[in-house]
Ligand binder design. Structure first.
Ligand SMILES: Cc1cc2nc3c(=O)[nH]c(=O)nc-3n(C[C@H](O)[C@H](O)[C@H](O)COP(=O)(O)OP(=O)(O)OC[C@H]3O[C@@H](n4cnc5c(N)ncnc54)[C@H](O)[C@@H]3O)c2cc1C
Ligand code: FES
Length: 256
């Protein structure tokens, strides 16, 4: 069901990255997403970066819909459907959460849900300092938060996957949660295999219905919207299309 709501708060989370908090409440599991309708523009999938009495999303500007979302101001009307998807399945034991760029948007809700600053560690990575998001939020719920940037402008210079690999070698983790660009997920999966730590990765594909009906988000027979967006490492390993291709607006396979 589409809920019409208003933007309650607009926060600049990073360079070209905006958080919109809505008037609507939303109970959801960390890692679930909503379909966000921008009147007159488009409807796009967005992970929930805020769950509870005031739901919220965190948007990176890449095209028309995300630009329109970023331009919204408090009081503006939008529509949301959801929550959709499965979300993370948090196990007991120590968890390493790895967020690349705007992939930190759903990851931060998992870090908060872990509920114990001693059992959850966070690796945050982005292209540069301006694109690092939710560092303070992570530090308030985890005792071990580390940062990387591709250009070295903040934290360690390098990729978030090499940081996660170092962290897995330093300490034993029972689970890794990852969200970021597909190339990040691909190398994170390999690092988790090398360190023998099970992982759950949140994947992205073009979505139209968001509810498991249209087939536009299918990857190797699994619907990212309904069977995911979070898949286990074993599931992802069996996906021949993972890291190689996706479907475009017309449903044709295109190289990543
Ligand atoms: C389950 C799920 C959760 C998502 N959660 C978030 C979120 O929390 N925050 C967020 O900002 N985005 C999120 N996205 C991605 C977001 O839906 C897309 O960025 C958005 O649909 C792009 O719409 P657009 O009209 O702005 O750009 P389009 O016109 O569709 O695309 C513009 C250009 O950007 C490229 N592009 C599209 N998506 C991305 C991307 N993710 N990264 C880099 N380039 C891209 C396109 O290939 C194209 O070249 C999520 C996607 C999925 C499937
Ligand atoms: S977006 Fe329609 S089936 Fe997933």
């Amino acid at each position: 069901m589409l809920i019409e709501t208003r933007v309650r708060e607009r926060i600049e989370a990073g360079k070209g990255i905006t958080t919109l908090v809505f008037d609507a409440p939303m109970e959801a599991r960390p890692g679930q997403f909503v379909m966000v309708w921008v009147p007159g523009v488009d409807e796009v999938p967005m992970s929930l970066s805020h769950i509870g009495p005031h739901a919220g999303i965190t948007v990176k500007e890449v095209g028309e819909a995300t630009k329109a979302l970023s331009c919204l101001r408090p009081g503006d009307v939008i529509g949301i459907r959801g929550p959709y998807g499965n979300g993370w399945r948090l196990s007991g034991g120590r968890i390493l959460c790895v967020g690349g760029g705007v992939g930190m948007a759903p990851i931060i809700t998992a870090v908060e849900a872990a509920g114990d600053p001693g059992r959850v560690a966070v690796a945050i990575g982005a292209r540069n300092h301006g694109e690092i998001i939710f560092e303070e939020r992570a530090r308030s719920v985890s005792n071990d938060v580390r940062i990387t940037t591709d250009d070295g402008s903040y934290g360690l210079k390098g990729t978030v996957v090499s940081l996660a690999d170092t962290m897995m070698k330093e300490k034993r983790y029972d689970l890794v949660l990852g969200c970021g660009p597909e190339v990040m997920n691909k190398f994170l999966l390999k690092a988790c295999k090398d360190n023998e730590v099970p992982c759950q990765l949140s994947l992205e594909r073009l979505m139209k219905c968001g509810a498991g009906l249209c087939g536009s988000c299918v990857i190797d027979g699994l619907r990212v919207c309904a069977d995911g967006p979070v898949f286990t490492g074993e599931q992802v390993e069996r996906m021949a299309e993972f890291g190689k291709c996706k479907r475009d607006d017309a449903g044709l396979r295109v190289k990543l």
